[in-house]
Design a protein around this ligand. Structure first.
Ligand code: UD1
Length: 420
């Protein structure tokens, strides 16, 4: 198993190129199941979750040909419709194949994803919506068994809660359904928007893209032609490196970034004292000498993302005063707190709220990554902690950060990947 050894650096300097978004790539890869011919995807991040989903598609019979920064996926050879436990257990987002396989083949089996480090994460809303569209769903021996005796039919779906992969799943199912599906309380995340835009350019009319009410006009089973496209930049990776600039008080420039997707993150960093130079696809952070305390509530896009909560918690340990961070989306997403406390952070947890008393000098030690974004928070803490920080279990980090240590090394960080 790999781990990261980090020593503090005076300041970082230079440019970091942002990779394609993991959370956009996953539904876009699943979407290729709806295509008549091979689909070329570029700006794909080199992360484990993407390889996992492509492996799942390959197991179903698809052909995946990799090139520099992308893949050509041909799903016309799919001859299997069962997504097995061995893959689904490693990545919950495998559930994204349920909607498109069911829509194309009329039957599908997907292993239930099970529990997760950050909370229960049920998929009841995905299943309820598919049933409304005419699917018959049984749960048997840990598998979702779904079939569509009379095909999928458009209907009115109202999500009780905003769900990102739930919205993507139902949009993909609705793309091949008969008639019009409307989704109320749809997710508005940029990753969902890109999925809808590509489907809309591929012959599936979708109205209301980027709003909470989507209207999808299905093709009644006809497969679609999807032209080559590039995945949008990863806003969470970008946000993480902006936090690296702020916490190390370094001027860093991010390239290949979409500033429009980072509104809430930039606004919180501004409240904490940083300023920015923003161009079309670059952002330079000008950090302040003194970091100010902040109040953050995680919510659905366009509000502050839960996937940036851990990184801001690490940053808040260096702010002067009391910061309050409230997690509204997941019930157990504070596993990084106890690791940051071991590094000397003064944090009190009360239910869904963390109160951070800053500023504290952190001390390097051995810490354990508990989930993807918690891992990057520990790396950020390691960049400014006294002495040596060893971040273990970085397989979490490798699921979603493309070349993290080489990107940080290129701007001067003292970070090494080693074997346990
Ligand atoms: C996606 C992102 C993840 C991010 C999260 C919230 C991907 C691959 N992952 O996860 O990085 O942290 O959005 O922005 O894009 N819920 C239910 N029933 C359901 C579905 C969801 O109760 O059927 C609840 C969840 O438990 C959670 C909330 O709804 O409390 C939001 O979850 P959801 O948006 O579905 O998260 P994911 O799509 O799994």
């Amino acid at each position: 198993m790999d781990y990261l050894k980090i020593h503090p650096t005076a300041a970082l300097e230079g440019k970091i190129n942002i990779s394609g978004a993991k959370n956009a790539s996953l539904p876009l890869i699943a979407m290729t199941i709806l295509a008549k011919e091979a689909v070329k995807i570029t700006n794909l991040p080199n992360v484990v979750d993407i390889k996992t989903l492509l492996k799942l598609l390959a197991n179903l019979g698809a052909n995946c040909d990799f090139f520099d920064d992308g893949v050509l996926v041909n799903t016309s050879s799919i001859n299997e419709t069962k997504a097995t436990y061995d893959i689904v257990k490693t990545m919950r987002a495998s559930i994204l194949v349920l909607g498109p396989i069911l829509a194309r083949f009329g039957h599908c089996e997907v292993s239930l994803p099970g529990g997760c480090a950050i909370g229960q994460r049920p998929i009841d809303l995905h299943l309820k919506a598919l049933e409304q569209m005419g699917a018959k769903i049984d749960i048997k021996a840990g598998y979702i068994e779904a079939s569509t005796p009379n095909g999928l039919k458009g209907c009115e779906i109202i999500f009780d809660k905003i769900t990102v992969t739930g919205t993507a799943n139902i949009v993909m199912a609705a793309a091949l359904a008969k008639g019009v599906t409307s989704i109320t309380n749809a997710a508005r995340e940029p990753e969902v928007v890109q999925l809808c835009e590509i489907l809309n350019n591929s012959g599936v009319t979708i109205k209301g893209i980027g709003t909470a009410i989507l209207e999808i006009h299905g093709t009644a089973g006809e497969l679609i032609n999807i032209k080559e496209f590039a995945v949008i930049p990863d806003r969470i990776e970008a946000g993480t490196y902006l936090c690296a600039g702020a916490i190390t008080k370094s001027e860093l420039t991010l390239t290949n970034v979409e500033p429009k997707h980072l509104g809430a993150v930039l606004s919180k960093l501004e409240e904490m004292g940083s300023s920015f130079t923003i161009a079309k696809d670059t952002i330079t952070i000008h950090p302040s000498d003194e970091i100010k305390a902040v109040k953050i509530i995680t919510q659905e896009y366009p509000a502050f993302p839960t996937d940036m909560q851990a990184q801001f918690l690490a940053l808040a340990t260096q702010a002067n005063g009391v910061s309050i961070i409230e997690e509204k989306l997941f019930e157990n997403r504070f596993m990084h707190v106890s690791e940051l406390q071991r590094m000397g952070a003064d944090i009190t947890l009360n239910g869904h709220t963390a109160t951070v008393n800053g500023k504290t000098q952190l001390s390097g030690t051995d810490v354990m990554a508990t989930d993807l974004r918690a891992s990057s928070a520990l790396v950020l803490a390691g960049l400014i902690a006294n002495g040596e920080t060893n971040v273990h279990r970085i397989y979490h980090l490798d699921r979603g950060y493309d070349s993290l240590e080489s990107k940080l090394k290129n701007v001067g960080a003292k970070i090494q990947r080693l074997k346990e």
